[in-house]
Design a protein. Structure first.
Length: 158
């Protein structure tokens, strides 16, 4: 992929997001919730719910200053997004993830990569750092989804 830094980094992130959606596509609710690992929360549905939350957190709350609608819930149950996902249809989870990634793209598009935000009152983070972090976060969980999908129905590949 040719282009400037913004084009390349947002392109890498969008590729990982597309991989996530592909790994989640075509599954029934039962298959998306199927448990293959000792942690009953690490499912296709659970990871999609988690990725939706981290998109909202890093781009919406940290960069854009939106209210944190998950703060109280996560204070009581740090795995709440995973649990919620196990009760939510996969089509709804997919639509929520797509909507959140669209909001995230708009947040990034409205800012310079050098813009900073104060994170937890302690340190400045740049938009660049948040995008790079989300490439890593999304790629890590796309890899988890890769394995879970293969265990679910044998589907492999990017």
């Amino acid at each position: 992929m040719a282009g400037d830094e913004r084009t390349q980094l947002t392109g890498f992130l969008d590729f990982q997001r597309a991989s996530v959606l592909w790994k989640c596509s075509g599954l029934t609710d039962e298959r998306a919730r199927r448990v293959h690992l000792p942690s009953e929360l690490t499912t296709v549905a659970g990871l999609l719910g988690h990725l939706t939350l981290v998109e909202d957190y890093w781009f919406g709350i940290v960069l854009d200053g939106r209210p944190d609608r998950w703060a109280e819930v996560l204070e009581r149950d740090r795995d709440a997004e995973f649990r919620r996902a196990l009760e939510t249809p996969i089509e709804q989870l997919t639509a929520e993830y797509q909507a959140e990634t669209e909001r995230s793209r708009a947040v990034v598009a409205a800012r310079s990569f050098d813009d900073t935000v104060l994170f937890k009152g302690e340190q400045d983070l740049t938009v660049r750092w948040v995008v790079a972090h989300m490439i890593e976060e999304t790629a890590r969980h796309a890899g988890h989804l890769d394995l879970l999908r293969e265990l679910t129905d044998g589907l492999t590949g990017e």
